[in-house]
Write a protein that binds this ligand. Structure first.
Ligand code: PLP
Length: 411
């Protein structure tokens, strides 16, 4: 199912809320959640990763669909709380957590933390001990075992997690301490994997690694978070990939390695951001100017890398976005460069979009921008206002709001 704004008059929205603006369709979130649940074992818990989009109504829709929240900052904690998630429903992740944010999370009732090193584990333990609490910790593991023998490390080294070989060699670094105990493992080796075979291989490798760690180190495995990697198209037309055989194949691997999982021992969990919410968002913008140069045509928009695709953190310096015209011109398309209004040559959204017959004032719609859109972009750069964000349920607009960055005085 696709959720274009077929019956929503883009130009009416623009005249009411200004251009550019984001539109989110909650029905698309509900549909994506149902499809992902179908692709995963029924017994598994599912965490919504608020980094994909912390909008409270999007997060609340996933809470109503029985998701938990995967959060990674005090801001995401606040967004999760605003969406109605109790602290006890949140998993707090991240590779370099500060003592202050851990204390704030504990104070909000968070008890489950992904720890990414023994120093991170001790920091969580110290904060919990001084608050008189016990933190339950999942060790984030950064390798996977392929088959029964040997460890296959997932590609290049990264700043994330604890190397599986280190864990096998020195499990005592994660022994119970005052304030914390390890209750399981957390994997997130890949992201945005559309190929089912490849995704299955990664998750199966994580299951094998977790089983091996339990067998060889006595790792307590009450919960196993297998991460995700479920893909979604970004800023261009396209459908969410489906994983029709994943559930059945994962159940077999879990039965083989972790009998007991069907009764919650261990509790299996997955995480998803982009796959759940990518398809719900559309960015509508206007053509501000068109410049014919000798070698190419520049289409200047009123939106740019401050509203979408400022994803340097995800290795997406050039989003290569492909908007669709809100009104078809019928003319033959040609390749254009899409540039934004910022005073930097980096403000380019695509060098290869094919469009036709545009004139200043025309509206364009970037589909599939419900994840890693506005809040993953350079929103403060050049101090322009954020676009309005309009949330729809069915045909009904249910909220309109705008993010604002303000300066506060520190005593
Ligand atoms: C630990 C962790 N969980 C979840 C996610 C969400 O990923 P996605 O939006 O691709 O599902 C990420 C993304 O970087 C991550 O690092």
């Amino acid at each position: 199912m696709t959720f274009h704004l077929a019956n929503v008059a883009e130009s009416k929205l623009v005249s009411e809320y200004g251009s550019p603006l984001y539109v989110y369709q909650l029905d698309a979130v509900v549909a994506a959640l149902a499809d992902l649940r179908d692709a995963l074992p029924a017994e598994a818990a599912l965490y919504y990763s608020l980094k994909a989009n912390p909008h409270p109504q999007i997060a609340a829709t996933l809470r109503e669909g029985d998701c938990h929240a995967e959060i990674s900052s005090e801001g995401e904690l606040a967004a999760a709380r605003a969406a109605g998630f109790p602290g006890a429903d949140c998993l707090y992740t991240g590779p370099a957590k500060s003592a202050e944010e851990i204390a704030a999370a504990l104070d909000a009732g968070v008890t489950l933390f992904s720890v990414e090193s023994s120093a991170d584990y001790r920091r969580v333990a110290r904060a919990a001990a001084s608050a008189g609490k016990l933190a339950r910790c999942l060790i984030r593991v950064s390798g996977s075992a392929s088959g029964a023998a040997g460890l296959r490390m997932t590609g290049v080294s990264s700043q994330f997690g604890v190397d599986a070989r280190e864990l096998l060699a020195e499990p005592e670094r994660f022994a119970d301490v005052e304030g914390a105990q390890v209750v399981g493992a957390h994997f997130f080796p890949v992201s945005n994997v559309a190929d089912e075979e490849c995704l299955f291989g990664e998750v199966a490798g994580s299951i094998a690694t977790a089983a091996r760690l339990r067998r060889e180190t006595g790792l307590r495995l009450k919960q196993l978070d297998l991460g995700g990697g479920f893909a979604a198209p970004y800023a261009k037309p396209g459908a969410r990939p489906r994983y029709p055989t994943l559930r059945r194949r994962l159940e077999k691997v879990l039965d083989a390695h972790l009998p007991g999982w069907r009764d919650g021992s261990p509790l299996i969990a997955f995480e998803s951001g982009r796959h759940l919410v990518g398809g719900c968002g559309t960015l509508i913008c206007s053509v501000a100017d068109i410049k014919q140069r000798a070698d190419r045509t520049f289409v200047l928009l009123d939106t740019g890398i401050h509203h979408l695709g400022g994803l340097s953190g995800l290795g997406r310096m050039l989003p290569d976005a492909a908007p669709v015209p809100v009104a078809e011109s019928g003319e033959q398309t040609s390749t254009v460069t899409l540039a934004g209004p910022l005073c930097t040559p980096a403000d380019v959204l695509s060098r290869s979009t094919r469009l036709a017959g545009l004139t200043p004032g025309d509206l364009l719609a970037f589909p599939n921008l419900g994840a890693y859109g506005l809040t993953a972009s350079l929103i403060a750069f050049l101090s322009r206002p954020a676009p309005a964000e309009i949330v729809f349920r069915g045909e009904e607009p249910i909220s309109a709001s705008r993010l604002r960055i303000t300066r506060e005085t520190i005593r």
